[in-house]
Design a protein around this ligand. Structure first.
Ligand SMILES: [Zn+2]
Length: 403
């Protein structure tokens, strides 16, 4: 078992040790002692370097095995021999960030219990934000704000954060927020003075002031309760900076103050709705006039106006509208329309009472032009695949229907 140096001092960033094990798959080292934190209890692993003589090996991941041995996964293929004296260096920025997030989580979880009796059931540390899952049926925005307020008071009070080891028996009467299901005889307790006492193996700040600040963000209902996203310390500053830049860019686009953005967006939505409605009305009118014009150009043969038109620049919704107008404005129309823009589509329509079957005609046509479609006796629609054959085929059907 590796001696876990981080159990006693989270601020130990450099240490000396001996190599006691070497493995190739994956390329990794075991030391007799280590300050590298392995992924555990929601906190992710440290990275850093192991220095041996002139060589510096990059530690890319740290894993704790069931027997307490810590594996240091090494980049590249360099391998050291057992017995080699090495010097370990933790990536300090990354460790500090993890200590801020993890210690912030203790404060936050305790605040949720103290104010609303909502226990934390899990903790996740992501690359950008962290989250806890709470065992509760409901969570309001006002509760979130109250918890954030208490948590930041505890940060500003700069309470000492101590580490102590007790036996399972001694732990019984201490009122721990959480006891892990551990088989070890000794429990490691993290004590935020007069605020929270819980068992945890992670790395923590020395006093709550070092957390910097705690910022709660998105909340969402999950299967077993509510998930609360949060960021602490420098991450909170980076996140606030990112949020501000996004808001400022959006505000500049609408020439408004960032606080007026919701109102601006509502206004834009209303304008877009009104303009869409006006566009639809205009299109109705245009289609009506267009239908009049087409009908005046088509001669009647055998008491009917049978014709086809291919539109390279009108979309499907327009040619459907046109088909409706044509067949309603004249009782003797059979119109075979096609659009070749975007998704090429055929629309066949006849005035109510005409004797043909547009649905059947569409199926016959697509049997030759490829694609799928169908419809009712008076109106049918389909998407052909042989685009270049559309005009020829429609001319052929028109001639046949005219008799
Ligand atoms: Zn912890």
């Amino acid at each position: 078992m590796t001696e876990h140096l981080y159990y006693h001092d989270s601020f130990l960033y450099e240490f000396d040790a001996d190599v006691v094990g070497v493995s190739r798959e994956p390329n990794s080292l075991v030391l007799d002692r280590s300050a590298f934190y392995p992924t555990s209890g929601g906190q992710v692993f440290d990275t850093g370097w192991i220095v041996a003589g002139d060589g510096k090996l990059r530690v890319t991941e740290v894993v704790e095995q069931d027997d307490g041995t810590i594996l240091h996964l090494i980049e590249g293929t360099a391998v050291l021999q057992p017995g080699t004296r090495v010097h370990g260096q933790i990536d300090v920025e990354r460790r500090r960030d993890h200590m801020q997030q993890h210690s912030g989580q203790h404060v936050l979880s305790a605040a949720f219990v103290q104010l609303f009796n909502m226990p934390t059931v899990s903790f996740h540390m992501g690359a950008e934000s962290c989250s806890i899952d709470l065992d509760t049926k409901n969570l309001t925005a006002a509760q979130v704000e109250e918890v954030e307020n208490l948590a930041n008071d505890v940060v500003m009070q700069d309470r000492p954060v101590g580490i102590r080891f007790v036996t399972q028996e001694e732990a019984q009467g201490l009122g721990l927020r959480k006891t892990p299901p551990v088989e070890r005889d000794k429990l490691r307790l993290i004590d935020i003075q007069d605020f929270d006492l819980t068992a945890c193996g992670g790395t923590h700040v020395a006093s709550t002031g070092q957390i910097g600040c705690i910022l709660l963000r998105k909340t969402e209902k999950v299967r077993q309760g509510w998930r609360v996203e949060f960021v602490c310390g420098k991450r909170a500053v980076a996140t606030a900076r990112h949020d501000y830049a996004t808001l400022a860019e959006s505000a500049a686009l609408s020439s408004s103050h960032i606080w007026d953005l919701p109102q601006q967006i509502r206004k834009f939505q209303e304008e877009a709705r009104a303009s869409r409605k006006a566009g639809e009305q205009l299109q109705e009118e245009v289609a009506g006039l267009h239908a009049d014009q087409v009908l005046s150009e088509i001669p009647e043969t055998g008491g009917r106006k049978v014709f086809f038109r291919v539109f390279p620049d009108r979309d499907l919704s327009y040619i459907k509208l046109l088909a409706q107008k044509l067949t309603r404005q004249n009782p003797n129309v059979i119109a075979l329309l096609a659009t070749t823009c975007a998704q090429p589509t055929l629309v066949f329509a006849q005035s109510a009472g005409q004797p043909f079957d547009m649905g059947a005609l569409m199926k016959e046509t697509l049997a030759e032009l490829g694609g799928r479609g169908g419809g009712s006796k008076d109106m049918a629609q389909g998407g052909p695949t042989k685009i270049e054959a559309i005009a020829g085929k429609l001319a052929e059907i028109t001639a046949k229907l005219r008799g």
